[in-house]
Design a protein around this ligand. Structure first.
Ligand SMILES: NC(=O)c1ccc[n+]([C@@H]2O[C@H](COP(=O)([O-])OP(=O)(O)OC[C@H]3O[C@@H](n4cnc5c(N)ncnc54)[C@H](O)[C@@H]3O)[C@@H](O)[C@H]2O)c1
Length: 276
């Protein structure tokens, strides 16, 4: 077991990648604190741990709210007393299904125009229409949330036990997604934050790295239209989207001693979509 006796917090652990990471870490011997804004889903993740269930703990907190994050860490300190691993994973994509439908339609119109060879007329008009609220919400959950959790985690980590922080970025932060400037900015910010904090915390024996997956099959991406899925799979050398366990295994690598000399880096499980 690669994480025996380690205490790990996974934010947004109630669904998708966070759930896959929580379940793998539990199988590898960790005591897993599963955070989510939706406590029922966090509890379902703990339920799914099977034999490891007694080592699971579901905790509700909105990571974009620093007071809730502090309260979550107070609970971790009281109940467990330390933290060895933090996975900053909680996140959102588009706020509503309606917005996703609009983006899908626009994308398909643009592809149709490009195939027709007449030049692309349909404009994205994403950044010009974005509200303050949508921008701030995206930055608040991904970037502020990563900072708020890291700030508290560092107080429970370090020393001889060391620590590992894994920040969920995205290929969006490496290459930019044309229809998601706020998401891309937040994910690129997470890479910059990872690099700076890795430099700061190395002397405390805390490693900090980022994960940059491409399209992975989770509830977050289920609203993406079949045509867009086909196009993005076609642009991927491995010819398909990834599955959550294919990201969880990389998170395990970054959280475990297998990556004991790796800090300040990003790794991108992306099937070759972005090669950099
Ligand atoms: N699925 C992909 O293709 C993909 C690709 C690259 C990066 N990512 C990133 O991976 C992470 C997980 O994505 P996913 O696909 O598993 O999505 P998901 O929607 O399946 O899961 C996200 C989880 O985060 C929780 N969450 C949302 N806001 C929260 C908040 N404020 N506080 C606490 N929890 C909150 C949700 O309740 C949900 O359980 C996100 O950061 C996402 O941006 C996903």
């Amino acid at each position: 077991m690669k994480l025996k006796d380690k205490a790990a917090l996974v934010t947004g652990g109630g669904s998708g990648l966070g759930r896959a990471i929580s379940l793998l870490f539990a199988r590898e011997g960790a005591r897993v604190i599963v955070n989510d804004i939706n406590i029922e889903s966090a509890q379902q993740t703990v339920e799914a741990m099977g034999e490891a269930k007694p080592r699971g703990l579901a905790v509700k907190a909105d990571v974009s709210d620093s007071a809730q994050v502090r309260a979550m860490f107070d609970e971790i300190e009281k109940k467990i007393g330390r933290l060895d691993i933090l996975v900053n994973n909680a996140g959102i994509a588009e706020a509503t299904g309606e917005e996703m439908d609009r983006l899908n339609q626009k994308f398909e119109a643009r592809v149709g125009e490009a195939l027709g060879g007449q030049g692309v007329q349909t404009q994205w008009e994403v950044v010009s229409n974005m509200t303050d609220e949508a921008w701030l919400k995206m930055i608040g959950i991904h970037l502020n949330g990563t900072f708020f959790c890291t700030r508290e985690a560092v107080k429970l980590m370090g020393g001889e036990r060391g620590g590992a922080i894994v920040n969920m970025s995205s290929v969006a932060g490496l290459m930019g997604l044309e229809a998601a400037p706020h998401y891309s900015a937040a994910k690129a910010g997470i890479i910059g934050f990872t690099r700076a904090v890795a430099r700061e915390l190395g002397s405390l024996n805390i490693r900090v790295n980022a994960l940059c997956p491409s399209f992975i099959t989770t509830p977050m991406t289920e609203g993406i239209s079949p045509m867009l899925k086909m196009m993005t799979s076609g642009q991927t050398p491995l010819g398909r989207w990834g599955e959550p366990p294919e990201v969880a295994s990389v998170a395990l690598f970054l959280a475990s001693d297998d990556s004991s000399f790796i800090t300040g880096q990003w790794i991108s499980p992306n099937g070759g979509l972005f090669i950099g």
